[in-house]
Each structure stands twice: as structure tokens, then as C-alpha cells.
Ligand binder design. Structure first.
Ligand SMILES: Nc1ncnc2c1ncn2[C@@H]1O[C@H](COP(=O)(O)OP(=O)(O)OP(=O)(O)O)[C@@H](O)[C@H]1O
Ligand SMILES: [Mg+2]
Ligand SMILES: [Zn+2]
Length: 278
């Protein structure tokens, strides 16, 4: 039997702008993802996904195809235009998370989801200490015991290979690689069953990239965490994700087993993407 699903998304739509009769009636009217009449951007259009427990799903697509918008919607950063979102660990996957209260969403963000943002400024308080960044996440999940939080923070920093001596330093002083690893520490601080990683290795040099990838693989192996991994870098997706979806102009245009997609892409756009990036 199939493993139970960890995450399901049903018809997600995220539109920036008010929309108008032209673009709300007909997707054909759009130029790429933009309405020529009202200028609204349809960043994500009718995306449905199902991710099994312990699975890593890859998301690829050119710049502007809607990957980060999708990830921010999954982390409940804003209310989408339309769609249903279900987590296996929340009411047995029977409640649409986009329809619940803000307070319940906060609970989900601190207990059931972890996020690494493409832009570390969105994921970290740059002028707070590294330790405070992690502690904030622990407190959000209801921790109050300072000693146990300090222990947990120490363990996490050790895992991500940030020297304990830098605990009191603000992430603004850190290198890009350290900032990404600190985001990972925050994301996994409360052992969430689902991790969302948006370009977690992009912009890092190769040796740092390899260490971050090792860390991600270790987390998946040891804790069976379900992940969605966005990357420009098809090699990263190939290394991590069993299944991959390809996005273009806010839609999924191809999906399947990662190796198959990379070796034998069906869609002309995927062929171009594979040829240009591998
Ligand atoms: N806050 C916003 N307001 C208006 N448009 C936005 C906003 N954020 C993103 N967009 C637009 O939505 C579309 C999708 O952007 P998004 O950042 O999700 O793409 P992406 O696939 O993550 O790109 P990249 O690979 O460059 O990170 C783009 O056309 C972008 O210009
Ligand atoms: Mg992005
Ligand atoms: Zn319009």
C-alpha cells in the first residue's frame, strides 16, 4: 500500500494584483504569467501536488516561474487567491489549512513546517544573535525552559557546523553558507515532519554546497522528514529528489521520476532547461 500522504495541494492559485474580467475568465489572455489589461501577475496557477511521508519532491523551473511563490504559500506566509492545502499530520489531512484561523496557522508553522527561504533576509533576523534566531523558533513552539533551549540550540549549531563561539553573533556577520545553515537549524529546531527548502545551496561555492546537501540528506535519512526542494540546479534536485515537477509561468508542465525527467524530458521547455543546465 502507498504510504500516507504528508502534504497535498489542490488547485493553488496565487495572483499578485486585483485581476480583471479578462484574466479571471481566460488564462489564454495572459502573456506568460501577466495580464496585458490589468497588469496582474498570476504567479501560481492551479497547482496540485501530493507528497508522501518521507518523500523528497523537487521543483525546478526558470526564474520567475513561481517556485518561491509556491513555497511561501506552503509556509502560510500569505493567503492565496484560491486552493486547498492539507497536511497528513493536521486533522488527518481533512482540514483545508487555508481556511483555518491565524492562530492555528501559527501552530502549524511552528510545529509542522520548517522553511529555508531563498532570501535569507526573509528567514533570519539579521541583527539578532544566531542563538536568538533559533530560540525564537523554540519559544514559538511553547518552550520556556532556558537551559533546555540553550542545550537544543547548541546541538543544532553543532549539527550545522557553526562554531558555538559564534552563537552570540548576528547572522548579518555570517557568510552566505553559514546563513543558509543557520536557516536550516531554525527550520528543523522543532523537528517538523515537513521541510520546505527554497534554493538552499544557490550561490554557495561547491564545497559549502556539498556540506549543505549532506546535511539535508542526513536529516531526511535520520528523521524521515518529508521535503519539497526548489532549485535552479538540476544536479541538486537529482541528488535529493525522487520525484520532480517542472514549472513554467506558474503552472506545472511536466512531472515524474527525477531521473526520467532529466534523461528523457517530454516537454520542449524541460528539454531546453536540461540542456542548458546540465
Ligand atoms: N510580491 C510580488 N508582487 C508582484 N509580483 C511578484 C511578487 N513576488 C513575485 N512576483 C512575480 O511572481 C512571479 C513568480 O515569482 P517567484 O519569485 O515565485 O519566481 P521563482 O520561480 O522563485 O524565480 P527565481 O528562480 O528567480 O527565484 C514573477 O513573475 C515575479 O515577478
Ligand atoms: Mg525563487
Ligand atoms: Zn487582468
Amino acid at each position: 500500500m502507498d504510504k500516507p500522504f504528508a502534504l497535498e495541494l489542490d488547485g493553488l492559485v496565487v495572483r499578485y494584483g486585483k485581476g480583471c474580467p479578462l484574466c479571471t475568465d481566460s488564462a489564454q489572455a495572459l502573456q506568460r504569467n501577466r495580464c496585458p489589461r490589468c497588469g496582474s501577475i498570476w504567479a501560481v496557477r492551479d497547482i496540485s501536488l501530493r507528497v508522501r511521508e518521507g518523500e523528497i519532491l523537487g521543483v525546478v523551473g526558470e526564474s520567475g516561474s513561481g517556485k518561491s511563490t509556491l513555497m511561501r504559500a506552503l509556509y502560510l506566509d500569505s493567503q492565496p487567491t484560491a486552493g486547498g492545502y492539507y497536511l497528513g499530520r493536521y486533522h488527518d489531512g481533512k482540514t483545508n489549512i487555508y481556511s483555518i484561523s491565524l492562530q492555528q496557522r501559527k501552530y502549524i508553522r511552528s510545529h509542522l513546517l520548517g522553511m529555508v527561504y531563498q532570501n535569507p533576509h526573509l528567514g533570519l533576523r539579521m541583527f539578532f544573535s544566531a542563538g536568538a534566531n533559533v530560540a525564537e523558533k523554540l519559544i514559538a513552539a511553547g518552550n520556556r525552559n532556558v537551559r533546555s533551549m540553550m542545550n537544543r540550540t547548541g546541538t543544532l549549531l553543532e549539527h550545522i557546523e557553526v562554531p558555538l563561539g559564534r552563537l552570540k553573533e548576528p547572522p548579518v556577520n555570517f557568510s552566505g553558507g553559514m546563513q543558509q545553515r543557520l536557516q536550516i537549524a531554525k527550520a528543523v529546531a522543532n523537528n517538523p515532519p515537513v521541510l520546505l527548502l527554497d534554493e538552499v545551496t544557490t550561490g554557495l561555492d561547491l564545497s559549502v554546497q556539498a556540506r549543505v546537501l549532506d546535511l539535508v540528506k542526513r536529516i531526511q535519512r535520520e528523521f524521515g522528514v518529508t521535503m519539497i526542494v526548489v532549485s535552479h540546479d538540476l544536479a541538486v534536485v537529482r541528488m535529493l529528489a525522487g520525484r520532480t515537477v517542472v514549472m513554467l509561468d506558474g503552472r506545472i508542465i511536466e512531472q515524474g521520476i527525477t531521473d526520467q525527467i532529466l534523461e528523457d524530458p517530454r516537454h520542449i521547455y524541460t528539454q531546453t532547461l536540461v540542456n542548458s543546465l546540465l
